[in-house]
Design a protein around this ligand. Sequence first.
Ligand SMILES: [Zn+2]
Ligand SMILES: [Zn+2]
Length: 158
Amino acid sequence: MNRNCRFSGGCNCGAIGFVLRNPPLFVHACHCCDCQKASGSAFRITTIVLENDITFVQGNVASRKKSEQRTEFVCKSCEGLIYLTATNHPATALLNSKTLDELRVLEIGAHIWTLDKHAWLELPADVPQFEKGYDRNKVWPQRSLERVLRAVNDNGPT
Ligand SMILES: [Zn+2]
Ligand SMILES: [Zn+2]
């Protein structure tokens, strides 16, 4: 990640502002049909961070349960999604990439669901590609896996 870039963001209405205390754990681009639909584009960029690294500088998020496993954190005013968490991945959060002030600071670490990828789109050969999903334990940098382990231990059993 580029150290000179600040990882900051907020919601559309401006009520929420946040900074990331550390760079994301991992960023991937998902080319599946659902992500194409959700983004209105060729793929969706997913930014995975430590939940504790999201520091709100203004505003408060409201949480709402999406399912047994998933909880969404949204702006109380505009209801814009800031991030979501899943019980099967403790301590981490999927940050809504759209909330970041600058998306170009994101370095894509993997392209996934290339089975559904648009045919015209050529991916860089030096970035790992997966036809479907991937195993984070095999793909993420060791440093990121360790950060997650440390955060899980700090938070204690949930
Ligand atoms: Zn997807
Ligand atoms: Zn808002």
